[in-house]
Design a protein around this ligand. Structure first.
Ligand code: HPA
Length: 236
């Protein structure tokens, strides 16, 4: 298909790696490129949604912002998959805890992603689709975490369309179903990947708790962010 796309300005095939890390914040993508990657080239500046390719331990890997919410990650992941041939898409983000035993600063991995979004309606399925992570990426991430002695919690997450919810208690119903945390992107990423037959995973650090109302400081977020990155970068 024709490149550049409406939202990614990369004009050559082969620049974007087969594995792309997707933080929500494009400045996070820049930070990762600056601090973790070597031989970095920038491949996107459209809408300041910065994208970079570099190497990590000799392996080619890209990192690009996804923006916030299902429509935004839906667009970027679709274009990466269908126009640039990306095969492994790994969201690295933050979430709010919905459980007493999911503490701020914990690293969690979304085995499944529930959603209140209508994104799945495009597939005209006669039922409720269950968006899930790639088992290949998930099992590898769990193995890497164990090797590095990083604790991870693996389970269900909620990709919500709503940050400021008029029903302040709506999260409690998801919590009752064992959902660990809430974020705003994974379900669309998992559906786009499934529909295209490629791999996706979502790794999150817990930035705040809907249960205890605790929040992390910027410094704490940076430390847990590094743990999450150590796992994600090994998936290239
Ligand atoms: N809700 C949605 N997304 C989030 C949250 C939250 O509480 N915390 C971090 N990302």
């Amino acid at each position: 298909m024709a490149i550049p796309t409406p939202h990614i300005g990369c004009t050559e095939q082969g620049i974007i790696a087969e594995t792309v890390l997707l933080p929500g914040d494009p400045l996070r993508a820049k930070y990762i490129a600056d601090n973790f990657l070597e031989d970095v080239v920038q491949f996107n500046t459209v809408r300041n949604m910065f994208g970079y390719t570099g190497t990590y331990k000799g392996k080619k890997i890209s990192v690009m912002g996804s923006g916030m919410g299902i429509p935004s990650i839906g667009i970027y992941s679709y274009e990466l998959i269908h126009f640039y041939g990306v095969k492994n898409l790994i969201r690295i983000g933050s979430c709010g805890s919905l459980q007493e035993d999911v503490k701020i600063r914990d690293v969690i991995i979304g085995m499944g992603a529930c959603t209140n979004s209508n994104y799945a309606s495009q597939y005209n399925l006669l039922g409720t689709y269950a968006p899930i992570a790639s088992y290949q990426l998930l099992s590898k991430a769990v193995k890497v975490a164990a090797e590095k002695e990083i604790d991870v919690k693996v389970g269900n997450i909620l990709s919500s369309d709503i940050f400021y919810d008029a029903d302040a208690d709506s999260w409690k119903k998801w919590a009752k179903m064992g959902v660990m945390g809430v974020e705003m992107e994974a379900a669309a990423l998992y559906m786009n990947a499934a529909y295209a037959g490629v791999n996706a995973l979502c790794i999150l650090t817990v930035s705040d708790s809907l249960v205890t109302h605790e929040v992390t400081t910027a410094e704490e977020r940076q430390n847990t962010f590094t743990k999450m990155m150590e796992i994600a970068l090994e998936l290239a």
